[in-house]
Design a protein around this ligand. Sequence first.
Ligand code: SF4
Length: 65
Amino acid sequence: MRVEVDRDLCESNAVCVGIAPDVFDLDDEDLAVVTVDEVPPAREEDVRSAVQLCPKIALTLLEDD
Ligand code: SF4
């Protein structure tokens, strides 16, 4: 599973970083970035929570086939 950030929607509140700091970070522009290529299986549950809780609906899951 992978996850993407729509940087046009992100409002830098770091909700995702708070839930999964090993997957998300804020960059020099204070916008969220994904710091892993593939989400580790053990982190998928928290990443799904971050996707659901992002106030701007800026996160998208890319499920494996
Ligand atoms: S939770 Fe959403 S709006 Fe907030 S920093 Fe993460 S991607 Fe951006």
